[in-house]
Design a protein around this ligand. Structure first.
Ligand code: PLP
Length: 437
């Protein structure tokens, strides 16, 4: 039986000084307590109570090469020896920008920022400036960061299922403190409903600057787009003068070096990347067509940030991309195969224990759900899962030395191997034995 006494007392201490006791609201939801890390290496993370875990949380996605990858660490240390950040230009920015234009099909030019939230802010601003319009279509169950102009609550929490908000003030704020008017430009639609999207775009295109979408709905069930959905989205937005933004903060450098758009062969006008790009160091980027991106160059669109493009972050991103590109990107095949084995293993354990459950696995990430449904390809289906059962499952898995997010999304890194998969499946077998079916 694991104990979390030290984490518990550190959490109590933390709450005295750190608002909420954690640095990002979601982290507070970990049961039985938000654990405190002592150290991590490769696939392993150790907490302050001395408990060890195989890590599938991977810091919410960025650690695509695992913890403290030796090559990444060496390059970061070398870069720090010549200065962390300059506030003036350096060669690393050109090198990374060039590299991104080579690997991301949508990027003729790029701009750097520090987080996915900021990248989305810039992409939306560019789209509005480029089109001279102000409305943005976004979808239920997607997450695009926590800035006021797009945040409509985190997908795993309850939200209105009302399909279309006809009136400007109808999209409710996602959080206390967000002004009523912040979402006045947002049209919130269900995803994977092509007829409705087409109708809304055709009716309101004169006001719509952008459609922003996760190309795979990673934040709510790892749901794939229906066949033709993104292709049509591309076709309609292009024809109607609307900027299409793929938010690839999760899928970028996780699904492939070219992100989901590279893999699917659909080229949005703008793409946002973050998380895996830096391998665990804060960096994000917007890439897009030259005609839109040059609004930054001409200083019509302000793009700011003290630490943007700093030496450490550009080095981390260049190294991460180079590692992922080795041997024609075989690491992607390896990660996908590892995730596939794990996903299939979990499905067969659900069957063995007669527990209704499902795994959606689009790549080196997957979503595990307790649900009676045989298919989850819409946010409505995702909302029907038994979230409490999953939380309990995640808690019991921690006991067994496996660390996963309490919401069901698992990430696999380049250093997860069959050994971890076997150990994890044995742990899941023991946990499912304890769950009521
Ligand atoms: N966009 C997507 C699709 C995300 O999943 C996230 C974070 O989970 C963000 C944007 C925001 O990124 P960050 O947390 O780095 O601000």
């Amino acid at each position: 039986m694991k104990t979390y006494n030290v984490s518990e007392s550190k959490f109590a201490e933390s709450k005295k000084y750190l608002s909420g006791g954690v640095s990002s609201s979601l982290r507070a939801s970990m049961k039985p307590v938000p654990i405190f890390a002592e150290s991590a290496s490769g696939t392993q993370i150790r907490d302050v109570d001395g408990n060890e875990y195989i890590d599938y949380m991977l810091a919410y996605g960025p650690l695509i090469l695992g913890h403290s990858h030796p090559v990444l660490m060496q390059r970061i240390v070398e870069s720090m020896q010549v200065g962390f950040t300059y506030g003036i230009q350096h060669e690393g920015e050109i090198e990374l920008a060039r590299l991104l234009t080579e690997v991301l099909p949508a990027a003729e030019q790029v701009a750097f920022s520090g987080s996915g939230t900021e990248a989305v802010m810039l992409a939306l601003r560019l789209a509005k400036a480029y089109t001279g319009k102000r409305k943005v279509v976004r979808f239920h169950g997607h997450y695009h960061g926590w800035s006021d102009s797009i945040f409509t609550s985190f997908p795993s929490s309850d939200m209105s299922q009302k399909p279309l908000f006809e009136h400007e003030s109808d999209v409710p704020p996602g959080t206390a403190g967000q002004s009523e008017g912040s979402l006045q430009d947002v049209l919130l639609l269900p995803w994977n409903e092509p007829e409705l999207l087409e109708q809304v775009l055709r009716t309101h295109h004169q006001d719509i600057a952008a459609v922003i979408t996760e190309p795979i709905m990673c934040n709510s069930g790892c749901i794939m787009p229906l066949p033709g959905y993104l292709e049509n989205m591309r076709k309609w937005t292009k024809a109607l003068g609307i900027v299409l933004i793929f938010d690839e903060v999760i899928t970028g450098f996780r699904l492939s070096n070219g992100g989901a758009h590279g893999k699917f062969g659909i080229i949005p006008d703008l793409v946002t990347v973050g998380k895996a790009l830096g391998g665990g160091i804060a960096i994000s980027a917007v890439g897009g067509s030259r005609s839109i991106m040059e609004l930054v160059e001409s200083a019509k669109v302000s793009h700011l940030g003290t630490l943007n493009g700093n030496r450490v972050s550009t080095t981390a991103a260049i190294t991460t991309i180079r590692e992922l590109s080795k041997n024609n990107g075989h690491l992607y095949q390896q990660m996908e195969a590892t995730a596939g084995k794990l996903a299939e293993g979990i499905r067969s354990l659900f069957r063995k224990h007669d527990i209704p459950g499902l795994v959606n696995q689009p790549g080196p990430m997957f979503h595990v759900m307790f649900t009676e449904l045989t298919e989850v390809n819409h946010f409505d289906h995702f909302q029907k899962r038994d979230a409490d059962a999953y939380t309990r499952f995640a808690e019991l898995l921690m006991e067994e030395g496996v660390l996963v997010r309490p919401n069901g999304l698992w990430y696999v890194s380049a250093v997860h191997s069959d050994r971890e998969v076997d150990e994890t499946l044995k742990a899941i077998d023991r946990v499912l034995e304890q769950l009521p079916n």
